[in-house]
Design a protein around this ligand. Structure first.
Ligand code: ADP
Length: 261
């Protein structure tokens, strides 16, 4: 029955009566399985760069191979790159676990999306330009500035990584009368093939694994985005036209309608 798991319990409640209880454990079993898959994936992702680091260190320690300065520097560069990959992964894993731990608590604080987006756009030094356009001077939402900042940073980072090299990245903010603020991050990159699009927010899912790894991606960025946006009672969407570009959008409730006026 499509992987259903049941527990049956039978109690004697009288001389001729039995109470039979059926418990559907499918949900619990599938949560446990996805947790096990997650741990296996995370371990695998860490094991690969670690094996590379150990391999290069062994070679450098070999007195015959470690002599040439140029080779030595190249190996050290690779070791640093692999260590940075592990660092990025551990930092994303910690973010995910923090967000998970807080998921039943409403986020405290308030965030103005307009200056935050400008601040984050300014952090990126790319060949192209990261521009911010807003239809309002301020758009306040109730939420955690650090987490919302991480959402914008992850989306701009993807637009820079997978966008057209040196091409534009646009952040647009629109506060609406309806009490919502829409923030979109778009690029003019290769886009995401439609068969991958529905799965890109899954942990460790990548549309193009080698490209993501080469760009220093952990495969966790969009799942972090989705978790944070949902914790803020918002919606995350990603839309892409292969060959033309990608637009990631988040809808968040405005703190007060007045803030948009
Ligand atoms: P990663 O660390 O690999 O970038 P993400 O969770 O941020 O992980 O994104 C998942 C995958 O979605 C990426 O590996 C990439 O294949 C695809 N992706 C995300 N954003 C874009 C984009 N702007 N353009 C093209 N592909 C994208």
């Amino acid at each position: 029955t499509g992987g259903s798991v049941w527990e049956v319990d039978c109690q004697v409640v009288g001389p001729h009566e039995r109470l039979v209880s059926l418990y559907d454990l499918s949900e619990r079993v599938s949560v446990a399985k996805s947790h096990a898959d997650f741990v296996a994936n995370a371990s695998h992702e860490l094991r690969t760069p670690l094996a590379n680091v150990l391999g290069y260190v062994e070679t450098l320690m070999n007195p015959k191979a470690g002599g040439d300065e140029g080779v030595r520097m190249r190996f050290l560069g690779t070791i640093r790159h692999e260590a940075q990959r592990m660092q990025a992964l551990i930092s994303d894993l910690m973010s995910l676990s923090r967000i998970e731990a807080l998921k039943h608590e409403a986020p405290a604080g308030q965030v103005d999306m307009v200056p935050l987006a400008q601040e984050i756009a300014g952090e990126f030094r790319t060949g192209g330009e990261v521009t911010v356009k807003a239809n309002c001077a301020s758009a306040e939402i109730a939420g955690d500035r650090g987490q919302i900042g991480q959402v914008l940073r992850n989306l701009v980072d993807n637009a820079v990584k997978y966008g057209k090299p040196g091409g534009p990245v646009r952040v647009s903010i629109e506060a609406a009368e309806t009490g919502w603020v829409l923030t979109e991050v778009s690029d003019e990159g290769e886009g995401i093939p439609p068969e991958h699009l529905p799965r890109v927010t899954e942990r460790f899912y990548r549309a193009d694994t080698s490209r993501s790894r080469a760009a220093g991606g952990t495969g966790l960025g969009l799942s972090i985005v989705k978790h944070i946006v949902e914790r803020h009672r918002g919606r995350f969407d990603i839309d892409s036209r292969p060959g033309e570009g990608t637009t990631a959008s988040i809808m968040l409730p405005l703190r007060e309608r007045a803030a948009a006026e």
